[in-house]
Design a protein around this ligand. Sequence first.
Ligand code: HEM
Length: 503
Amino acid sequence: MKAKISLLNFTRVFCSMRNAVQNAKPYSEVPTVSVPKFILRNLPGGKYYKKSLKEIQESFYNEFGNIFKLPAMFGKPEMIFIYKADDFETTSRAEGALPIRMSFDTLKYYRATKQSEVYAEYGSLATSDGEKWYKTRSQVNPIMLQPKVVQMYTKQIDEVSKEFVQIMRDIKDDKNEMPKDFKDYISRWSIESIATIAVEKRLNILSGKTDDERGKKFINVTLQFFEKLSDFEMKPSIWRYYETKAFKELMEVYDSMTSIIFSYVDEAIKRFENEETKGTNEIQEESVLRKLLKVNKNLAFVVASDLLVSDLTTSVVVFTLYLLAKNPEKQEKLRSELMSIMTNKNSPIKSENMKNLPYLRAVIKESLRIFPIGSGNTRNLSKDVVLAGYHVPKDTMVFMNAYIELSNPKYYPEPEKFIPERWLRDEKYENWRSKEINPFAFLPFGFGARSCIGKRFGELQIENIIMNIIRNFKLEWNYPDMKVRSLLANFPDSDLKFKITEV
Ligand code: HEM
């Protein structure tokens, strides 16, 4: 009987999906602009000229509504833009067993042509698809998503953050403000802490004043990496047909980063071998790098390179500090939570101290809502679906733009306000968050089998640095609102002159 009912249900769902596809408006009628019109709009005087990715996508929404088709051009496929959480859900659930996300084409090209041997068996998590992606991901999941493995790094991450706090004291000016280029300090903090995981090495680049030539070069190319890569991904370019000067420069950046990362992994291998012969290996639980090396040396190269180029924590930290600086009462509430757990502001933060911090987690979530790290996520459809009332066929790339829902007052009352309380499970605050919210409206780390592999490490890094800074300093922001630069990810675009006062 049970089997009969579920078969009946399945048939009903299947038929209703088929009917929905049949009753939908045809794909050819999805609102769009022609290629010449789109190019004209990007030229001086045009609607999209010098506009950020965020502004251009919002302009699609304002002009065309819930769905827009960007035609194929310059070697890039046609793409659909959608804006509603229900459509994000339909798209995400149609991702198939081997999900495909829009990739960084130039990095993909570099790895396929210049590093083909290393990438022959294990694909990159960030830039490959299909079976090769899966081969890597299935090895890495049980290592990187295991809380026990992540917790092992709390001590190293905490040491890096504590050194960073000291550097903040050293670099403050006579008004107790951080220097204009404070963002570069935070970027170096982010690279330094992820290197303790990816290549098990302290790079000692926090202050930016290292004597180590390799470390200096690594900072230099890493700071250029995202900007240069975004340029090629976002703007029309002929690199597929002709290698321009800018393209050659980009390849050099990839080359330097890759060879430095590989040299760090090689060094780690020698270090581990030495420890084994001398019997000095004190690590109780095997580290990420050791576990990867046990499987295959190239797997370790591939994953270390992915981890060192995929980290988005810098922007999250800057935006969170900014929101706390602008909202002193929320900052004070967070400080009380932290001080109630650890009364000594300089005590080491251990994993047991990080278990019960609901307000800290709510602060970070609210920061990711107000300042999402990217404009959205992408998925290739593994089957035909209906989006915003239109039939969209299998194998279409869909861009799920996050901004509209994240600032939708229906879901988040007074969306422009920084209200971490929205995320607390406390009836007192339930007016700040709608019960009808579709969870697909807020997916900062993506969805499903292809979601962020660094989520737990990223959270550990972000929570730890925020804890250390807020326990030590009162933060103020005495300047006009921070500007945001929207490349493939979002970055602060103002001088980060936070004022700090010792707590
Ligand atoms: C707060 C910080 C971070 C945010 C908001 C973030 C967000 C994301 C998002 C949205 C994706 C795409 C997921 C999808 O397609 O469903 C992603 C993928 C990825 N992230 Fe993160 N990430 C963060 C930190 C990190 C860190 C610290 C690492 C490295 C340790 C990392 C490594 C990766 C990698 C390798 C992928 C590709 C995974 C795959 O396709 O299999 N991320 N991240």
